[in-house]
Design a protein around this ligand. Sequence first.
Ligand SMILES: [Zn+2]
Length: 402
Amino acid sequence: MEWCGVQVRLVSNITDIDDKIIDRANRENRPWNEITHKCEAVWFDAMNALGVLRPTDVPHATEYVEQMVEMIGDLMSSDSAYATDDGVYLDISSVPDYGLLAHQNLDDMLSGGGDREVLGAAQKRHPADFALWKFSKPGEPSWSSPWGEGRPGWHSECVVMSLQLLGEGFDLHCGGADLRFPHHENERAQAVALGKTFAQHWMHNGFVVDTEGEKMSKSLGNVTNLVDLVQHYDPRAYRMLLLQTHYRSPVKVGQDNIDSSVKSLANLDGFADRMAKAALPAMSADSEVLAKFRELMDNDIDTPNAMAIIFDTVRRANIAIESGDTDVCAALATAVHEMCNALGLMLRSGDDIDAAIVERAQQLDAARVAKDFAMADAIRIELQAAGYVVETTKAGTRVRRA
Ligand SMILES: [Zn+2]
């Protein structure tokens, strides 16, 4: 979107209090906020390694409890919410188009099961009514409210933070396909009950699964999660794998496609290297190629076909340079760089760096991801002593001759 000239303000919230966090804190006998700080740091390290830009705002649920209590108060005074013995619930009959996101009527949704609140079911007016505020048990983290000590329900966090930071009628709300119902439906329901306009558009992405379609687990040897993956493979290869799958489809991750992604990336890096050495004239990007790329990206972010355009442009640039057509080659090469940058895929040109040095740079990245900063520093000092400038970029460490 930024490449198209759209001004983007991205809010990505952190749920730093919920039932699972409290359970884990009790089990491990640690403060709940120690767990959430650690998880957040690990998450952003992995995003960094993948070249994912930091969101504009990263609000934490616990910083907005006061505003949530205020919103729940508004819903209570308009009779859209009611209190039971265990919390405060939204009355979904006050939301005329409830089920809009799920594209289902209420009976079908409920018979389909899913993650619905069963707590306090006996006192709920309707099985689909959901908790806005949960009263705390003794010893649990809690905040005060007019209805009793407790903590906000998950669906309330997001609606308060998004309306506060982005305002009514913000453009786009994203999330995993599993959040469509009940989470996003319930965020929206609260806004509707408050008489406010919520998100104008919704986009839901598919899951990361293994090649059998199961939740990714054992298919990559000792790689079981994102942190492992970016340690064992060039994070850009994973980024490329995601780009080669449409965001709405499940992303299949397995040995075969990770390997082929590593290979395709090496081809692109090789191309960038060849172009860097070819001393091409400065040419602006081939406009026909960029127009085609933009058309695909405008069509519901068709990254698989956009990636195909990149590979095709590389092929054409290679043909052009072989036939001595340096102007055509330069315009195509510039287009490749511009498209890769738009997708956050940073290509590396080798600069005559030998393979052992490149490997050390990759080990430096791996050490950093593993938080082995002593090792990362040692490798950096070693590379500098060998006469290289060591740069930290979004796509990882880059070395060039000093
Ligand atoms: Zn949310």
